[in-house]
Design a protein around this ligand. Sequence first.
Ligand code: SAM
Length: 254
Amino acid sequence: MQGKRSLGQNFLVDANVAAKIVECLQIHPTETILEIGPGNGVLTALLLQRAHKVLALEKDRVLAGEIKRRWPELGVVNGDALGFHWGRLEGRVSGIVGNLPYNVASPIMWDLARQAPFLCRLVFTVQKEVAQRVAARPCRKEYGGLSVWMQSFLRVYYVFEMSRNVFRPRPKVSSAVLRLEPHPVAELPAFPDNLSRLIKLCFQNRRKQLGRILRTHWSPGLEEWLRGQGLDQRSRPEELSPFQFVDLSTKLTV
Ligand code: SAM
């Protein structure tokens, strides 16, 4: 089976794995589900059996046309998930699923995390190393900006790994499935733009100490906050939990 490399087209060919992925979404028959990158429809077919309505967002014009012809009841958008205006889906979609193209999986997930207030469940297949970074705990080597950002909005479950042999063409890397569930609205970051800037500032300097990274923002209040958290100027970004980053983003503007 041919696939366009530029669109990360590695198609799932294992029916058991497809069923396992869809199972993770725990679809209720009244729900509407959005699939990102349906490709030739291995997950779509299962979604259509379980959900009330299925929407599909596919960048490849040819594939989008083919699945629409095959399943006229499918709501197909021929568009790009990168930069997609997710707010359009507010109140319409309960779950989002996708075997995401490897090259754009992180920015798509980063963008979607901000939509947590109106999302229910997300299930994504991504490169194993990316899944490990999303799920990583503080002080682990995989822990970084993506972990903090995603875990600030969503509870992350690393569900299972799959071999590269379940895709055609076979990718060079292994994959893993993540299930993501938004935190209650009251616990979501109040200043997401500031949080995003803070995370980027800190993790582009992850080996540096907080005292140096935040030198221009230093204040007695910040010092006190750090002390209250059991941290100090010599602490490094990787020691702060996502919750601490969210809290810090309310105390200082970067
Ligand atoms: N869901 C299918 C499967 O499991 O076999 C296909 C998965 S394939 C890894 C990724 C799919 O995403 C392809 O169909 C590709 O055309 C589509 N795609 C790639 N980039 C995209 C983007 N930016 N927005 C939407 N779809 C995209």
